[in-house]
Design a protein around this ligand. Structure first.
Ligand SMILES: *Cc1c(COP(=O)(O)O)cnc(C)c1O
Length: 396
């Protein structure tokens, strides 16, 4: 099971997932959790995460597309799966067969899905997607746009079974009065629409609006489901919310030292000759690079942890390798474990810290960890399962 495993790998702590779900359940105060597992569960491995969530009693999942939904069904994941983005209408029968719920976000799309479903003799479970201010997809509900009549017509289309309604916050993570007013307005637009549809006799079993930031910053009594992504993986939606929930990061990215050498002053390191030593140094080459998802924008900026101590990245991050300064960590030898981010002894380097150093967000750091990085799942500190995307791919 451990074969090929000493290059670069991601450890995923399932005990932290158990912990985070209990924290989020408590915060959700009776609302059901929809676990957002799009993008391979934010890089954590969707089928393993979803199966573990099933074991914890989570039975609602959110994904971005039909392939991700199918991957979960193929893995035997039970419960509801909502596709948050578009599925071409021609796949209406596939949606129905696999009992997958589709977001319906416009009249044009609703009519197309209804036609395809009717032609295939099926009904597709659908959640109405409302755009209250994100500006992406959805029936537009803004102070200057009322989608009520349009939506009412869509709820009467054959071939669609409307089982819910949702909208999405765009600035719920910002601690700022203007952002709060915008979020208030989004919430009001959504609430009014839900109330009016209810009065018109439209049944909406699932009503949901909150993402991670939404559940941290708002209590919304009228919703009965919350969509949890980043907090479930133990990261925070924004800098200002880092300590808002006592969640723990699931992912630690590790690599191992390939080569160590001493270099005199005047030696160049890596592409572009952007780093030149100015003294006698000890440097370690590690087999991790931007093709593993480690941002090239961290060249000469970040550190990694070895024996709990920081080792600065020297020069350019290459596709598959980079070089660290280990002058101040004399005990390092070839084969030693290196923490790219996550915990190393008493020291921690978070994905959010790396993100801040290269102008992105923690979400992008974990989502970008590529398929050539095996995922090792830990329970009680022990590896219980390994997923290697390359070794498990068998072309027909
Ligand atoms: C990705 C996504 C979420 C999850 O957001 P987090 O900030 O990760 O909690 C929720 N809802 C929708 C519509 C999304 O696309």
């Amino acid at each position: 099971m451990q074969k090929f495993l000493r290059r670069t790998w991601a450890e995923i702590n399932l005990d932290h997932l158990v912990h985070n779900i209990s924290v989020l359940r408590e915060r959700a105060a009776g609302k059901e959790l929809m676990a957002i597992v799009k993008a391979d569960a934010y890089g954590h491995g969707d089928h393993i995460i979803a199966r573990e969530l099933n074991r914890l009693g989570v039975t609602f999942f959110g994904v971005s597309n039909l392939e991700e939904a199918t991957c979960l069904r193929n893995a035997g994941v039970k419960g509801e799966i909502l596709i948050l983005g578009i599925t071409p209408a021609e796949y209406a029968a596939t949606l129905a067969e696999q009992s997958i719920t589709q977001a319906v976000f416009s009249t044009e799309y609703g009519v197309a899905l209804s036609r395809a479903a009717t032609a295939a003799g099926v009904r597709v479970k659908s959640h109405l997607k409302i755009d209250t201010g994100m500006g992406r997809i959805g029936f537009v509900a803004q102070p200057d746009a009322d989608p009520f009549d349009e939506i009412l017509a869509v709820t009467r289309l054959p071939g669609l079974e409307i089982t819910g309604i949702f909208s999405h916050f765009s600035v719920a993570d910002l601690i700022d009065p203007d952002a709060d007013r915008y979020t208030d307005q989004q919430q009001q637009q959504f609430q009014q629409l839900v109330d009016r549809l209810g009065q018109a006799g439209v049944k909406l079993p699932y009503i949901h609006l909150q993402n991670s930031a939404g559940i941290i910053r708002r209590d919304i009594a009228s919703c009965n489901l919350v969509r949890i992504g980043i907090s479930m993986y133990g990261l925070s939606p924004a800098d200002g919310l880092a300590d808002a929930l006592p969640v723990k990061p699931l992912m630690t990215l590790k690599t191992a030292v390939a080569m160590i050498k001493e270099i005199p002053a005047g030696r160049y390191i890596s592409y572009g000759r952007t780093f030149c030593s100015d003294r006698l140094m000890r440097v370690a080459t590690v087999p991790v690079g931007y093709a593993d998802g480690y941002p090239r924008a961290l060249s000469s900026k970040a550190v990694m942890l070895i024996h709990g101590k920081p080792a600065p990245v020297l020069g350019c991050v290459c596709m598959d390798q980079l070089v660290l300064d280990v002058t101040d960590i004399p005990e390092v030898t070839v084969g030693d474990e290196v923490t790219v981010f996550g915990r190393s002894g008493e020291a921690t380097l978070s994905a959010e810290q790396l993100a801040a150093q290269c102008g992105t967000i923690g979400y992008e750091i974990v989502c970008s960890i590529s398929r050539r990085v095996p995922r090792v799942y830990l329970r009680n500190g022990e590896a219980v399962e390994t997923v290697d995307y390359l070794l498990s791919f068998h072309p027909e």
